[in-house]
Design a binder for this molecule. Structure first.
Ligand code: SAH
Length: 470
């Protein structure tokens, strides 16, 4: 007999939220299905409206609270709920830490079936707001309106400067105040918006791919240096000149002022010429005894003080005595390589962005480090290049810090064949780290791990793992 199909239930009452998902949504269970509850916190008992129904789960939003979790915290930002930025503001920081710690253990032990010798407690970030050293804001000729604004039926048109609304590439949430970066970051954004409006400059239209004001990127360092990069969508030189003069005079604290003309379909400018209008071509950041130059295109960890802590854990796990040959894979601008160089005999860094490798060489030289070598190329190719491993001394320690996708299977295989005594695996995605550790398990035991919170108020977590050859 055919089973009758149940009608889709659009509301669920008295639903108990019991967990947080890896994306930071509340998790509940109803009639054997997982329900992801937007803004739900473990301990909440709520009525929800089902927004979408998939085979194994439902997405829902809260319509009524029967009980609010004691783990909740009052969100401090007026844009919370609409902005994709700080999604965990409604959860107390101590609970965010617990959640991230558990996230790492779930991925490694439950999904990856990795056995771990010692689990060190998650390292909290000293700053939980204003910790970012880089923000990019988009200008948009049609801003996003919140459901409250729509309900008030004010005039629903206008420009905006802020962040893209999650899932909407063409809509920007107009930001009044952002807690991500210390001030005067907010003043720079608001000042430029005001000036552009007064001058009648056009704001970018994503559909037409036209408009002068496109994005601004604001970078700062703990040494108090500031960089502003204004990206324009039209080669209107007179207007660009006015913008630059305004920024130079209104923001005298800028160490470095750039503009870039981008008429391509996307906002990335790594492949474009950047024009230095005023000041230095770089800003400086300090980490322990090291100084780094950060250019407009250079990658740098976005929470500097916590990056120092992450690197300290990495260096401690590497257990260096001064005699080791270290490979720093996915070295970026060579920060980890430079950070460990004083305690190693030699460090070899590999990274596929050529300009990052140029930065890495400058950084090493700047700090009087003479025992590093850097190579640009895809890791899978570099490590498999005939002669690369033969021409360089075998590593005693490999530090690897791949992007969110984890390591390429060929890289993992090569690590297994090199079989060096120690690997320190720094990861920004526990799921792919678990996958790679499960393969490395053929030869390596995970001695210890230490999760590190680099991004408070978000669901992201880093994890450092020490692997030893069995
Ligand atoms: N360890 C650095 C950067 C880590 S981010 C730091 O702490 O600052 C990961 C780096 O891996 C990025 O710089 C990215 O450009 C690089 N990368 C990504 N895929 C790569 C690949 N297939 N081969 C080499 N490098 C790669």
């Amino acid at each position: 007999m055919a089973r009758s199909k149940k009608p889709v239930q659009t509301t669920i009452e008295h639903l108990a939220v019991t967990d947080l998902s890896s994306e930071g949504k509340g998790v509940a269970r109803h009639e054997g299905l997982v329900v992801f509850v937007q803004g739900g916190v473990p301990g909440d008992v709520v009525d929800v409206q089902v927004l979408s129904q998939k085979k194994n789960f439902q997405e829902a939003k809260i319509t009524y609270f029967h009980q609010k979790s004691t783990l909740r915290s009052e969100p401090y930002c007026q844009h919370f709920g609409h902005c994709g930025g700080c999604k965990l503001q409604h959860v107390q920081y101590s609970e965010q830490l617990q959640f991230k710690h558990k996230q790492v253990l779930d991925a490694l032990q439950r999904l990856g079936k990795v056995s771990i010798g010692e689990v060190e407690p998650i390292l909290p970030s000293a700053q939980t707001r204003f910790y970012r050293n880089k923000l990019q804001y988009s200008f948009c000729n049609k801003r996003w309106f919140t459901p409250e604004e729509i309900a008030q039926q004010t005039i629903l048109e206008g420009v905006g400067v802020g962040f893209h609304v999650p899932g909407r590439f063409d809509k920007v949430l107009d930001i009044e105040y952002c807690y991500h970066q210390i001030d005067p970051s907010n003043q720079v954004r608001l000042g430029l918006k005001q000036f552009a409006l007064e001058q009648g400059f056009s704001f970018y239209d994503v559909w037409l791919q036209r408009g002068l004001m496109r994005t601004i990127t604001i970078r700062n360092t703990t040494l108090g240096e500031w960089m502003l990069i204004v990206q324009v969508g039209e080669p209107e030189m007179e207007a660009i000149g006015q913008l630059m003069e305004y920024a130079k005079t209104a923001f005298p604290f800028l160490t470095s002022l750039f503009y870039v003309i981008n008429q391509k379909g996307n906002d990335t400018y790594d492949d474009l010429d950047m024009v230095l209008y005023h000041g230095r071509a770089y800003i400086r950041e300090q980490m322990e005894h090291l100084v780094f130059h950060i250019g407009p295109k250079s990658f740098f960890q976005t929470n500097s003080p916590q990056a120092v802590e992450l690197y300290r854990v990495t260096r401690e796990y590497a257990g260096l005595t001064g005699r080791e040959v270290v490979y720093d894979l996915y070295t970026g601008t060579g920060t980890i390589a430079c950070f460990v160089a004083h305690q190693a005999q030699q460090v070899i860094g590999v990274e596929y962005v050529p300009s990052a490798i140029e930065d890495a060489k400058v950084n090493a030289q700047l700090n009087g480090i003479g025992n590093t070598q850097f190579y640009a190329g895809d890791l899978a190719e570099v490590l498999l290049t005939p002669g690369f491993l033969a021409d360089h001394p075998r590593p005693d320690v490999i530090i690897t810090d791949p992007p969110r996708t984890g390591m390429h299977p060929l890289v993992v295989d090569t690590l297994l064949s090199i079989a060096c005594p120690r690997i320190v695996y720094v990861s920004c995605n526990p799921a792919t780290q678990a996958r790679d550790l499960a393969v490395l398990d053929a030869k390596y035991a995970v001695k210890k791990i230490r999760p590190v919170d680099m991004f408070p108020q978000t669901a992201h977590v880093e994890n450092v793992a020490l692997l030893e050859l069995r």
